[in-house]
Design a protein around this ligand. Structure first.
Ligand code: AOF
Ligand code: ZN
Length: 377
């Protein structure tokens, strides 16, 4: 093939190595924010001679680990990276210089880095150094891998996803069942992937413990418990003393739990004893919560509709109105809600009232069907 650095033509097995990069990147899912997850393999004579991934913000990038692993074998090899190599000094030095110094011959990139500090400048630097560069191999896969990072780079806000469960006849249900805590289950994986989860305090008026991902070694998301002084919601005790009794789940780290309340409760000192911080806000809304998460460097937030659904009503309305909510993940449970058959007959009156959704994906078993998609605002 051409070696003058002008070619943008990929090899037929580029996809294979790029998928390997993605697989490596996923080892750090939930750990890297505000950074993306990135994987890298170094290939020479059809053999992988080095591999690496970015484990955590502040630590070296994927390319650095892969080059270290390859050692001298990196010379004249091809580096595959799921994201454009950076060309800036951030917490770590530029990967472009490391690749140039290691004398790789070619770099195959999954997607351009949307970070304005990098955006195509990494590619230009490599080409200037005489390295052949191919861009856009398994691009959709690489983009979806870092959907939240890309979203935050483009909008300045974390990606917000709505999650809820329904009976097959379309009624809201928070009966996640035993699968809540099942390792490998979709909910446990969502908790692993997201940086924060918003939960209603009403969830804890029973004996429900704070949900935690059961994936081995998972970095737990920040559990944001919202407690509104909504006396009109008669199901939620106005007095929040029950919050004191929140049982922490197995593997629990209490400093990753925070209570947002608009109510001067007497519970803060009790919660503090468990390491749970209470933040009193004038008004609890999505803008405030997302801004908080953004300032903490979070890329993804899950609005988890469980417990008393009406406590979330304003948040969901706000999220749709302000287009703060990008995605939904709906779980259809194998249950029919008796007595609500009539809900099936509630029609969509006009297409003016609907929001189209796109990129629909579904996965099913006999236990549930998961549907996800994006709002097309
Ligand atoms: C890469 N390889 O593995 C990652 C990249 O503060 P720093 O030095 O960690 O830089 C963070 C930025 O670098 C991040 O916003 C993103 O643009 C890029 N991440 N780049 O070449 C990697 N994680
Ligand atoms: Zn880098």
């Amino acid at each position: 093939g051409p070696s003058n650095g002008e070619s943008d033509v990929g090899n037929y097995d580029d996809g294979f190595y790029m998928k390997k990069c993605v697989e490596l990147a996923r080892k750090a899912v939930g750990f890297t924010s505000p950074n993306p997850i990135v994987g890298c393999v170094i290939v020479k004579d059809g053999k992988i001679v080095g591999q690496g991934f970015h484990p955590k913000a502040g630590q070296p990038h994927a390319e650095v680990f892969a080059l270290r692993d390859a050692g001298d074998l990196a010379e004249n090899a091809t580096a595959y990276v799921s994201l454009e190599p950076c060309n800036h000094f951030g917490r770590t030095p530029p990967c472009t210089e490391a690749l140039i110094k290691a004398k790789v011959k070619k770099v195959v990139v999954g997607m351009v880095d949307p970070n304005p500090l990098v955006e195509s400048k990494g590619l230009a630097r490599l080409r200037d150094a005489g390295i052949e560069v191919v861009v856009g191999v398994e691009e959709e896969l690489c983009k979806s891998l870092n959907e939240a990072f890309v979203h935050r780079m483009l909008t300045g806000k974390p990606l917000l996803t709505l999650r809820y469960s329904l009976s097959v006849n379309g009624n809201f249900s928070d009966l996640l069942g035993d699968r809540v805590t099942e390792c490998g289950g979709y909910y446990s994986r969502l908790l692993q992937e997201y940086d924060a989860v918003i939960l209603s305090s009403s969830l804890f008026s029973g004996k429900v413990s704070i949900p935690a991902s059961q994936e081995p070694g998972a970095n737990q998301p920040l559990r944001i418990i919202i407690h509104k002084d909504a006396s009109y919601l008669n199901k939620i005790p106005k007095d929040a003393s029950y919050l004191n009794k929140i049982p922490l789940a197995v593997n629990e780290v209490s400093d990753k739990v925070i209570v947002f309340t608009d109510n001067e409760t007497a519970t803060a000192p009790e919660l503090a004893k468990k390491g749970i911080e209470t933040v009193i806000l004038d008004q609890i809304n999505l803008d405030v919560i997302l801004d908080y998460c953004n300032r903490q460097g979070m890329c993804s937030v899950l609005l988890d509709l469980r417990g008393n659904s009406s406590e979330y009503e304003e948040l969901v309305k706000e999220g749709i109105q302000k287009k703060n909510i990008s995605k939904f993940v709906t779980e259809i449970l194998p249950i029919w809600n008796r007595g609500s058959e009539i809900d099936l007959l509630i029609p969509v009156k006009s297409l003016d009232q609907v929001i189209q959704v796109e990129n629909l994906k579904s996965k099913g078993s006999d236990q549930n069907v998961i549907i996800e998609g994006h709002f097309k605002f």
